[in-house]
Design a protein around this ligand. Structure first.
Ligand SMILES: Cc1cc2nc3c(=O)[nH]c(=O)nc-3n(C[C@H](O)[C@H](O)[C@H](O)COP(=O)(O)OP(=O)(O)OC[C@H]3O[C@@H](n4cnc5c(N)ncnc54)[C@H](O)[C@@H]3O)c2cc1C
Length: 417
């Protein structure tokens, strides 16, 4: 069923009895052309673009839990194209353009809100680094403005400007950045893939990958064996475990990232604010909650929840930047499993096994990548060659060392992210 203003009025007047389930609940077939493992944002957008761009619809997405239960429904919803390094910047620039047309493309309200992102800086060195980043963004065709302290104060009067621990020297404003509603993104892609004929199979865990003579032939699942000519692994924090089913050891560590939300408040933060010096960022949701987070918990884990020391660290950073937050009540906190690569950049590539493809390594920034990752991964699976925007996301860069993209400037060590 298509969504429109007319549909809402009609359903409102007739007791909302006409709405249909948003996607089917099919039983798995014994064979597909393509099986996508993982029904998160990236798996669902891959399925959407396989159908939309390449006409491939004999496709199943296998999800061990429910659609939207992974990181795609756990992130803090920030969407941006403020990357610095070649390889990343063209990819995220493409992703933001896809975001800007996504609601029309999916016929689904993903609550895209381009409210602007401000990265604060607190030293001359940081200002120079952000000026360089801004120039790289403009050269890529995206927007960036360097703000002086007075301009930051006009836009963000709630911050602590009077004798703070880290004086605010200014900010880099990226106006086209912002937020989108995370689970609506999952539901919108799921609905679109389903409507185009893709089978979305929930409660179906992949437990093995079948390989014969160096070629993938299908998967074993908790709902039986499924044959497939091509298989894509898109399981975020579980990438290492699923790749191990095909005998692969990935350059990935899984770490927990936490997030927090306060009770609903009247509008007080109009932008997304990033406070790198304190490992802290914040925005305000449409319901009024202040949504914020910090850094990884710094130990490898598959638990979807974090620990108190990091919660304390994030609260301290929040109080340093904006003491007014001390009056708000914290409502909830949660965690998700991040698939961390050593250089902080993702992998979209073929594997050494024919017909087996890999999309992973999104670290703590894969939500904004959902459209472009699906677009590029669908292109790779359909055409057996990388899409131009993702050509540098190669798996072998970690073996050869050539082509590493150290976007975070932390070196090739997971625990320094
Ligand atoms: C607290 C937090 C805040 C974040 N904030 C941001 C942000 O503001 N901006 C941003 O860009 N990114 C952010 N991220 C990162 C982003 O959420 C992830 O990088 C991205 O969602 C990962 O891709 P995904 O959506 O496909 O993952 P997921 O939704 O985790 O999808 C993977 C799916 O694979 C399934 N799966 C795993 N193993 C199997 C199996 N064996 N068989 C079948 N299915 C399987 C899982 O159940 C899961 O549903 C944040 C993450 C967290 C946790």
């Amino acid at each position: 069923m298509g969504y429109s203003a007319w549909q809402i009025i009609r359903e409102g007047l007739t007791g909302n009895r006409g709405w249909k389930p948003v996607w089917r609940d099919p039983a798995p077939k014994s064979e597909y052309d393509i099986v996508i493992i993982g029904g998160g944002g990236h798996g669902l957008s891959t399925a959407h673009y396989l159908a939309r761009e390449h006409g491939l619809t004999n496709v199943a997405v296998l999800e061990k839990g429910y659609i939207g239960g992974g990181n795609v429904g756990r992130n803090t919803t920030i969407v941006r194209a403020n990357y610095f390094l070649p390889g990343n910047s063209e990819f995220y620039s493409h992703s933001l353009k896809l975001w800007e047309g996504l609601e029309q493309d999916l016929n689904y309200n993903v609550m895209m809100s381009q409210r602007g992102i401000i990265n604060l800086f607190h030293s001359d060195g940081q200002r120079d680094a952000f000026a360089r980043r801004g120039n790289a963004m403009i050269n890529q065709g995206d927007d960036a403005e360097l703000l002086d302290p007075a301009a930051v104060r006009r836009l963000l009067p709630i911050l602590n400007f009077d004798n703070p621990r880290f004086p605010i020297y200014g900010g880099l404003l990226h106006r086209r950045g912002g937020t989108a509603r995370h689970d609506a993104v999952a539901w919108g892609f799921a609905r679109s893939a389903d409507r185009q004929g893709v089978d979305l199979i929930q409660n179906c865990e992949v437990t093995g990958i079948d390989i014969e003579n160096g070629r993938v032939t299908g998967v074993q699942t908790t709902r039986g064996a499924i044959r497939a000519k091509k298989v894509g692994i898109v399981v975020a924090g579980r990438s290492g475990q699923v790749a191990a089913m095909a005998g692969m050891r990935l350059p990935i560590e899984s770490h927990v990232l936490q997030a927090f939300v306060t009770e609903g408040l009247k509008p007080c933060i109009d932008h997304v604010i990033s406070f790198g010096m304190g490992h802290f960022y914040i925005s305000q949701s449409d319901k009024g909650g202040l949504v914020f987070g910090g850094d990884l918990d710094f130990y490898a884990s598959y638990a979807q929840r974090g620990n108190l020391p990091m919660a304390e660290h994030v609260m301290e950073a929040a109080m340093t930047l904006m003491p007014m937050i001390g009056k708000a009540k914290l409502l909830r906190s949660w965690g998700g499993i991040m698939d961390m690569t050593p250089d902080g950049s993702p992998i979209i590539d073929k594997t050494g096994i024919d017909g087996l493809y890999l999309d992973c390594g999104w670290c703590y920034g894969g939500f904004k990548a959902v459209p472009a990752s699906g677009f590029a991964f669908a292109h790779l699976i359909a055409q057996d060659r990388p899409h131009d925007t993702a050509a540098r996301f190669r798996l072998d860069r970690f073996r050869t060392g050539a082509g590493l993209m150290d976007e975070e400037g932390t070196g090739a060590q997971h625990n320094l992210h």
